[in-house]
Design a protein around this ligand. Sequence first.
Ligand code: NAD
Ligand code: MG
Length: 390
Amino acid sequence: MSPKKGIALLGSTGSIGTQTLDVIEAYPEYFDLQVLTAGKNADLLIAQALKFKPNTVVITEESLYLKVKNALSQEDIHVYAGAEALCQVVESNEVDTVLTALVGYAGLKPTLRAIEAKKTIALANKETLVVAGELVTRLAKENGVNIYPVDSEHSAIFQCLVGEFHNKIEKIYLTASGGPFRGWTNEQLKSVKREQALKHPNWSMGAKITIDSATLMNKGLEVIEAKWLFNLKPEQIDVIVHPQSIVHSLVQFEDGSMKAQMGLPDMKLPIQFALTFPDRFKTDFPRFNFMDYPQLTFEKPDRAVFKNLDLAFKAMDMGGTAACILNAANEISVEAFLQEKIKFLDIAHINEATMLEVQVVHNARYEDFVKSDELARICADKIVKTLSKS
Ligand code: NAD
Ligand code: MG
């Protein structure tokens, strides 16, 4: 048997992070967990470190360093704090694969550093590709690094492509559950409450992606993610609403044949496939039963009501740092909605207004993405302040 695969898990205390630990725990002879990191959840990070005994842990929130350090003082575990530490630990010789399960723009820098250190990437943090897909995929190519998708739709496409990498893709269909407000009108959406938006019908996820699913921004971000992962043109990507979340996405080849990947919604499967590819490991996850789903249905997304989807297509057309600007605006507007400073429909409004306001940089270098992100946050913040006063 080959040596164990050294894993750095960025964002271990979140929804994807904890499910990744379930996968890793199930195959101790295959995985060697080297690094765990968290943003602010020191208690869970400490508990995970005591259980899994990694080589290193990082708490990004520096004020929590001593708490973590003291709690692990009896263990042979290195403890670091801060965003720069996150970038350094992924470069360790013992790490083969970096699973990026942190949320938002914060994932970009450590992912770039991991690619430069020639680590395989298992990518859950879709914002990294949305913000700087061109830079990330170019660097990955130059360094001979594979990026394996964790996002269920992209894992589905990837699974459909196994054995087909030499065949051209005509088109892909990303499926969307439609979220908790599928079929709702603008009038109904005006008074949506935070708690309603946080109730996803099929998936249990972190707060940010749950709101993104309710506004269809998540699908917009996934369209951009797919463009970069599979080297597609925007017109080759379509979105179809499939409320049962059983068909996880589809590929259509040039001969007209379509392949879909199906199964019960459970993120552990795509997480595991990203870590074990090209192998499939036996699991005891519940199996699909046709009799529980006598009908699988498909419908068009309502682009007039859920405006974020078209904003993502627009950002792809604009190119340069446009998607970075959209992502930054969305991170600000979603956070403001979660803090109940703005209304549900304001999210898309702020995203659109920021895209109109902030200048796009073409042929962008890393510093340009940092600048566009910063300017977009300032712009979106201003609109939040105006709206929360009114
Ligand atoms: P989450 O909020 O549950 O967890 C986020 C993790 O990142 C936590 O460990 C948190 O401590 C850490 N973190 C947050 N902000 C940070 C920062 N600024 N610096 C460092 N660490 C930080 O999120 P999640 O639902 O697990 O999603 C993680 C990523 O995976 C997102 O990009 C999301 O879009 C993507 N994703 C999630 C799911 C899902 O089912 N949850 C599915 C597909 C894709
Ligand atoms: Mg997804």
